[in-house]
Ligand binder design. Structure first.
Ligand code: SAM
Length: 178
């Protein structure tokens, strides 16, 4: 059973969060998510993530959504479950076994603030350790722990269809055009 993980990015402020939101998307893609939904109107972030996906392969998508509530509702109607990453939630080691049994997960990450309704809308509010840190770090650890619980290895996944491919090397940079 393959897992389908989609990230929902809330609270993005175009004037401040472009770099962090882009890194949320890049991290999601590199660690095996299918796509990222951005609940703010910032086309620049979407263009740059889709360009990376075109250049480096795979089927990751990024798109803007008008209503995060509608996205959450239709995800749940389709049988998916929703994990909101927040330092106030249940600690990840206590819930990872249940979460990793799910086939379709929407993973919600915030910026400075999240709308309070997301705590009720989520099936799980999950802390990646009960200390404040970062949405990029929280997402990376979450993705890695879910994969580990399922016995899958995101770091060796293939990204077919790209124009560039890195050839791992002990020194220097080796990139081939494909
Ligand atoms: N007060 C926020 C909170 O509820 O976690 C901290 C804001 S933090 C700058 C931005 C985002 O990083 C949060 O919305 C959350 O998704 C993520 N985050 C930060 N620390 C986290 C932690 N320990 N566990 C899970 N997610 C965390």
């Amino acid at each position: 059973m393959d897992m389908n993980i989609v990230i929902l990015r809330l609270g993005h402020r175009p004037e401040r969060d472009q770099r962090v939101t882009t890194h949320v998307g890049l991290t999601a893609r590199a660690l095996g998510a299918s796509g990222m939904l951005l609940a703010s109107n910032d086309k620049g972030v979407i263009i740059s993530l889709n360009e990376v996906a075109g250049r480096w392969g795979g089927s990751f998508f990024a798109r803007i959504v008008d209503s995060w509530k509608q996205e959450v509702r239709s995800w749940k109607e389709g049988g998916g479950r929703v994990v909101h990453l927040t330092m106030y939630g249940q600690n990840l080691p206590d819930v990872i076994d249940d979460i990793s049994k799910e086939e379709s997960l929407m993973v919600v990450v915030g910026a400075e603030k999240v709308p309070p309704d997301i705590y009720q809308a989520a099936d799980w509010n999950v802390a990646v350790g009960s200390q404040p840190h970062s949405e990029i770090a929280a997402l990376a650890v979450f993705m890695d722990r879910v994969n580990a619980a399922r016995g899958t290895e995101p770091l060796t996944q293939e990204f077919p269809g790209g124009k560039l491919k890195i050839v791992p090397h002990d020194q220097g940079k080796v990139v081939k055009e494909v």
